[in-house]
Design a binder for this molecule. Structure first.
Ligand SMILES: NC(=O)c1ccc[n+]([C@@H]2O[C@H](COP(=O)([O-])OP(=O)(O)OC[C@H]3O[C@@H](n4cnc5c(N)ncnc54)[C@H](OP(=O)(O)O)[C@@H]3O)[C@@H](O)[C@H]2O)c1
Length: 231
């Protein structure tokens, strides 16, 4: 890979991906909602001499994907990692679901990544690796849902899984591999301190996966350890 774009790159899983790709000598376009406040990301970029470009991206802003496209021009992108995502809303339990919370999560976690893929499809198709990975969650798996609850987050990630499947069909003829990912339950602000998987373990597993995915894997859902998950 020569270049990647990662959203939600100012902290958590996204930031660690930036660190890891940059360490491999790959050109990284890293997005944050507020670049001027992305202190850790800016410090990392400053230490990498032009290898990391920080760009603004807000999932709730409909103009954000086209602004990214304008900033990139025709630059080929080997990987689009649509990683930015919002966690559970405040009212998610059966009997207390807040409609606005659910709609907001669907916009951030499913519709925004779709619009991003639409805007950047040409950059991906122009690259050698041609890979799009949507950072989903096992909580979006219908097949694995045995406990209910967390309706907003689950619905939004199930919708994202549908986006991944659909985009794999729409871009298949252009040679683009499209997958949905579960990063594990990871120690980040979203995953919490009690999560069993470190960001380093998650990133190592996802990088191994990025290296081995083929067209036969397109339209599938993968855990960070490379095992396939049910939709
Ligand atoms: N950690 C886990 O256990 C776990 C499990 C399953 C799936 N995931 C998924 O993995 C991805 C990364 O999660 P994480 O654990 O690294 O979480 P995190 O530390 O909370 O980071 C979330 C990232 O998404 C960005 N983001 C949130 N809302 C956004 C918006 N409206 N527009 C643009 N960016 C936005 C955040 O930016 P700000 O800093 O500006 O808020 C931040 O960069 C998410 O999609 C999450 O759903 C995580």
């Amino acid at each position: 890979m020569k270049s990647v774009l990662i959203t939600g790159a100012n902290r958590g899983i996204g930031l660690e991906h930036v660190r890891s790709f940059a360490a491999k000598g790959i050109q990284v376009f890293a997005t944050a909602r507020s670049p001027s406040q992305a202190d850790e990301l800016n410090a990392l970029a400053a230490s990498c001499a032009g290898q990391i470009t920080v760009l603004q991206y807000e999932a709730l802003d409909p103009d954000s994907p086209t602004q990214l496209k304008t900033a990139l021009g025709d630059t080929p992108l080997d990987l689009l990692l649509a990683n930015a995502g919002a966690g559970s809303g405040t009212r998610e339990s059966f009997g207390d679901v807040d409609v606005d919370d659910v709609v907001q999560l669907i916009r951030i976690n499913a519709v925004a990544p779709l619009k991003l893929a639409e805007a950047l499809a040409g950059n991906i198709a122009r690259s050698e690796r041609k890979l799009i990975a949507f950072q989903s969650s096992q909580l979006g798996s219908i097949g694995n849902n045995t406990s209910g609850g967390r309706y907003g987050y689950r619905i939004s990630k199930a919708a994202l899984n549908m986006v991944a499947k659909g985009v794999s069909s729409d871009l298949g003829s252009r040679g683009v591999i499209v997958v949905a990912l579960h990063p594990g339950w990871v120690k980040t602000r979203m995953g919490g301190a009690g999560a069993p998987v470190s960001v380093e373990q998650c990133i190592e597993g996802q990088h191994r996966l990025f290296d081995k995915l083929t067209m036969a894997d397109s339209g599938r859902f993968f855990n960070y350890d490379g095992t396939q998950l049910p939709w």
